[in-house]
Design a protein around this ligand. Structure first.
Ligand SMILES: Cc1cc2nc3c(=O)[nH]c(=O)nc-3n(C[C@H](O)[C@H](O)[C@H](O)COP(=O)(O)O)c2cc1C
Ligand code: SF4
Ligand code: SF4
Length: 353
């Protein structure tokens, strides 16, 4: 008999939370005591070791081909095992083309966390990705409600089957099917961790439609939104989980595509060229030397990061000026009506079998 079940989950827009609840529902049906814990609502530093014999689960979205830092750091700090069994799941950016369901890409999400938990003494009994609708609406419009519902129905069935096997004491490693593509994408997941996520975190802004209700500030799972100049300001704590943008009741949060493209052009066509010409006046970078090239790359990324930090402050300051605000608004593709927001409604989920 499997012992009590504790599932720790992190979720931006609800997909991972629903998977956690579906899994726990199967445990309850089998009369196994089950608890789901949202790691954003607890003191992550005060977790006690799981009782001997208990089953532990971690469920989180995939961000940049890895678990988001909030979940990663949680697992890194998680207490050592008392010989417990553990399973890991990630929700990914599923899509639907005609009647075909397309999978997302996990990268190192499950593998890195599984390795850390294995080294802490846990026995890994399950690894499974779940392809729920993509919530990354900075890049594409949210999927249609009908499509979302059909993906939910499919994924609930997959989760229930997986949970049944794990709770019957079996081992299920479905994630191994994707291991080659997951390993190949590792350099991108590293790039996203060190730089990509910071650029994305600085792509949000609130338009004139914002009525300062503070819902985004109060509901951010990592408390990343501050009030600066009497308007929301996205700090570097932001995990780009998309909760704020998808849930703003006034649809006032946009992704500043015009600003991001402008900064990238300025960096690549102006600042970088000027910077390396200036450096060239003092030192000569030897061609074909690997270390020198690595130094150039690291310096390039550091400069990009610095420019992003300064320019977002400037961008936020410029938003005070109505004409500039309009300029950024009209260069944000997320403002168009057809650019749907993503929000799996509770009503839709409870209608599912
Ligand atoms: C910033 C960001 C990065 C993402 N990166 C990936 C990714 O690398 N691979 C993938 O399959 N899905 C990716 N997604 C999609 C989400 O993982 C997916 O929609 C997930 O189900 C959302 O779960 P949640 O509703 O619990 O937040 C990304 C989404 C966001 C917002
Ligand atoms: S939730 Fe929307 S309307 Fe409310 S403060 Fe945030 S951006 Fe403004
Ligand atoms: S600021 Fe928005 S996108 Fe960033 S972590 Fe908070 S809710 Fe998520």
């Amino acid at each position: 008999m499997i012992g009590p079940l504790t599932i720790y989950f992190f979720s931006g827009t609800g997909n991972a939370r629903n998977v956690a609840h579906w899994f726990a529902g199967v445990a309850t049906d089998k009369t196994i005591p089950a608890e789901t814990i949202d790691i954003a609502k607890i003191d992550r530093k005060k977790i006690l070791p799981p009782p001997p014999g208990s089953l532990v689960g971690f469920i989180s979205p995939t961000h940049g081909f890895n678990y988001p830092p909030a979940m990663m750091y949680f697992i890194f700090r998680f207490p050592k095992s008392n010989g417990n069994r553990v399973f890991l799941m990630n929700t990914r950016a599923g899509m639907k083309l005609s009647k075909w369901f397309l999978p997302g890409l996990s990268g190192i999400a499950l593998w890195l966390s599984a390795l850390v938990l294995f080294l802490k003494g846990y026995s890994i009994v399950g690894l499974r990705s779940i392809d729920l609708p993509s919530n990354w609406i900075s890049f594409h419009p949210g999927l249609k409600e009908k499509v979302v519902a059909s993906m939910y129905e499919r994924c609930k069935g997959i989760t229930v089957k997986f949970a049944g096997k794990i709770l019957d004491g079996k081992k299920v490693y479905t994630a191994f099917r994707d291991i080659i593509q997951d390993i190949l994408i590792t350099p991108v997941s590293i790039g996203y961790f060190f730089i990509g996520r910071f650029i994305l975190a600085k792509s949000f802004y609130a338009t004139d439609a914002c009525d300062k209700c503070n819902i985004c500030i109060d509901n951010c799972p990592v408390k990343a939104i501050l009030t600066v100049d009497n308007r929301p300001f996205w700090s570097y704590r932001c995990e780009s989980c998309m909760r704020c943008m998808n849930n703003c009741p006034k649809r006032a949060i946009e992704t500043a595509h015009g600003y991001i493209i402008g900064i990238m052009c300025l960096l690549n066509m102006g600042i970088m060229i000027w910077f390396w010409q200036w450096v060239g006046r003092f030192i000569t970078i030897p061609a074909g030397n690997g270390w020198a090239q690595a130094g150039v790359n690291i310096t390039g990324w550091a400069l990009t990061f610095l420019v992003m930090v300064i320019s977002y402050r400037l961008f936020h300051y410029l938003l005070r000026i109505p004409v500039i605000r309009q300029l950024f608004y009209y260069t944000s593709v997320t403002r168009y009506k057809f650019w749907r927001r993503y929000r799996p409604s509770r009503k839709m989920i409870s209608q599912l079998p």
